[in-house]
Design a protein around this ligand. Structure first.
Ligand code: X2X
Length: 355
């Protein structure tokens, strides 16, 4: 028997979808906006990208569809090309680390001066202060429209050879780093043997023992089960990589105001969600509460340090004194790199921190 009521409902729904599609096409929107994401969907960073795509769809009533391409699939793994490709418009948008943005935006290296920033409070002062603003302005000058901050996290050292507590422990350790020359300089200053690898190759490299160690935030290390390959972790917060959600500027400027407003809101919300995931268990109850109260996210986010210990890792938390020894040993990179970053950005960051 014909169910008239259901048929009418279906017809009405089809009509609504067609209207949205027609409006979207009439407005000149693309069917899909491609988004570069360096890591996979299960990492907090990947979850943040998925959240952004969902929120954009919701807040633009389905007019704008963002599709995340995980594992730098649009770049065949070449994560350091992301900003260049978004600036050109080959890729529409990205959620990427300041490390990967730095080839186009040297100012973004302000977050990567070794042993400069050490805790979330200081980090937030810089992100949301004059230095963070200088990074966003530099992006705009390079045809990139920054939308919101998120966070990969403070980066920690793990390796299969030795419990690293002093710079001497680093001698000769073969460490995978991302292909940003500031990282090579820093690890050389410590007497280690740094090797550049893209993220996709790095994970296979850990499995095969091609390198002794690596540096990444715990939010990346736990999902890839680093404890299967590395026995030792040194929690040294030696530097941090925020993430930035950003868009090709020409495309961005062509969007109507209400679309821009909706996407911006989605970016800020997704950034806040992802930052809370990355910090959960590392900032007391603050991020747990944000996840629960603002995002109704009830899945348990375990304390990363006890989790790694439960998997048999030896985790060493550096004391202030131990950290100072590393800061001294790497200070030589400041002279060269403050010039690259821009001395005025460094001054701004120091003023932000002093606030
Ligand atoms: O390549 C890395 O180490 C990663 C995943 O953390 C970044 O993209 C910066």
């Amino acid at each position: 028997m014909l169910n008239l009521k259901r048929l009418t409902k279906t017809a009405a729904l089809v009509a609504v979808f067609m209207m949205v599609a027609v409006t979207a096409q009439a407005a000149g929107f693309k069917k899909e906006y491609k988004m570069q994401v360096t890591v996979g969907p299960k990492l907090y960073w990947g979850m943040g990208a998925t959240k952004f795509a969902e929120l954009v769809k919701e807040k633009t009533n389905g007019q704008i569809i963002v599709k995340p391409y995980f594992g730098s699939a649009l770049l065949k793994g070449a994560q350091l090309k992301s900003s260049q490709m978004v600036a050109k418009g080959v890729i529409d948008c990205a959620m990427d680390s300041t490390i990967n943005i730095s080839p186009v935006i040297p100012e973004a290296n302000i977050f990567h001066l070794p042993f400069f920033l050490n805790d979330f409070e200081t980090l937030d002062k810089v992100k949301y202060g004059q230095a963070g603003e200088a990074v966003f302005e530099a992006m705009k000058a390079k045809r990139l429209q920054p939308l919101a901050w998120a966070e990969n996290g403070f980066r920690q050292l793990t390796n299969s050879k030795v419990a690293v507590k002093t710079p001497e422990d680093m001698k000769g350790l073969r460490i995978r780093v991302v292909g940003n020359p500031l990282f090579i300089d820093t690890f050389r200053a410590l007497g280690a043997d740094p090797v550049n690898m893209n993220w996709g190759d790095a994970v296979a490299g850990f499995q095969q023992g091609v390198v002794d160690g690596q540096e990444n935030p715990v939010g990346v290390l736990i999902p890839i089960q680093i404890y299967q390959y590395h026995k030792y972790a040194s929690m040294w917060n030696y530097l941090v990589d925020p993430l930035i959600i950003y868009w090709n500027q020409r495309e961005w400027k062509a969007f109507p105001n209400e679309i821009q407003a909706a996407i911006l809101e989605a970016a800020k919300e997704a950034g806040r969600f992802e930052t809370a995931l990355s910090r959960a268990g590392l900032d007391g109850e603050i991020s747990h509460d944000i996840l629960k109260n603002e995002f109704n996210y009830t899945m348990e986010v375990p304390n990363p340090i006890s989790f790694m210990e439960s998997k048999g890792m030896e985790v060493h938390q550096l004391t202030d004194e131990e950290r100072d020894a590393f800061a001294k040993a790497t200070h030589s990179v400041y002279d060269k790199w403050i010039k690259e970053i821009g001395p005025e950005v460094y001054e701004k960051a120091k003023a932000d921190i002093a606030r």
